[in-house]
Design a protein around this ligand. Sequence first.
Ligand code: PLP
Length: 386
Amino acid sequence: MNISNRVNQLKKSAIHEMTRLSKQYDDVAFLSWAKPTTGTPKHINDAVISAIKNGLTGGYSQSEGLPELRKEIVKKLKRDNNIEANTSQIIVTVGAIEGLAASVMATIDPGDEVILPTPTYSTHITQVRLASGIPVLVPLIEENNFALDTKAIQKAITSKTKAIMFCSPNNPTGTVFSEEYLRKLAEIALENNLTIITDEAYEYFTFDDNKHFSIASIPELRKNVITNYTFTKTYAMTGWRIGYLHADEEILTQVKKVHIPFSICAPVASQYAAIAALKGSQECVEEFRMHYLKTRNLMCERLDNLDSVFQYSKPGGSYLMFPKILGERGNDSFVFSKNLLKEARVSTTPGIEFGPTGENHIRLSFCVPEEMINKAFDRMEKYFGF
Ligand SMILES: Cc1ncc(COP(=O)(O)O)c(C=O)c1O
């Protein structure tokens, strides 16, 4: 069998292994899903049904996406991200994932280094490896609610560094990187001529005083940023596989050279769904956010009762959190998660999935109904002898 070294080196994902193991049991309490469990809002589904009935969805679209959709995206970027864009700076992608993969491919050559503040979304690390790049993992500051360590990032830069890649709000920690730190990061990128690749999948889900800040809104950074967005989280559209990226025209021309052989264009039916999502009422987004705020608070309350087992920082965004497992039982997070599944029927994601600094942690998702959280924590209290 001929398999490239690039692919051969990739490890099996602990998330998929946990999903496989979870299927062995009935009645598992799932805190491992990072996908919205609510369905896509009805007005979005209805718009696609009528696009299909009108025969609009059978062919390819322009590879960069339908003009009407890109126009709506430009409006949204101005309204919500403070980014002055035009339609020639947008590519509609197959979810944020394809946009991120194309961004990495277009930016780095084999052997180039990409700095990733960790713990981070493991797919980013995989994408760098797939492009034969070298992921350089720089720890976030856990004691400061997993804030960016801009000094450590600066120190990690070498002559081979080409890019910095991150998600904010962060998966798995739920941290919303502050504008102050992101401005520092922007300075570092400009000084060293680095590209910043951002993943803003959870942009609308922020809580308390935390505000989402898009680094691409800094005008001087225009030629250094590729920003990736998605409809997946905002509108509960996981399965539609639709997202978009924004970059300056010069970069975009290059990214498009990757986007085309990977996808030709994003699914056209999904592009009609995206138009309906952007043009329709945004109430559903606020409803989702309020639900996650409620479930975050519940999860934190329930974790407070388990304070001899877990220590946590309250997540300011996303619908994920990343408690530390106290004591020796946390030394192998994969074993910890497997035991929790086997003995208590609670499915979690081992922290090691998100880079070495994720060890001793588990990722918990609160994009589930309140009953699911209560069921999981009732079981954990029993399991840990409370
Ligand atoms: C940070 C982050 N980015 C991207 C994705 C996937 O986005 P999409 O479905 O748009 O490809 C996820 C999904 O869990 C995620 O957590």
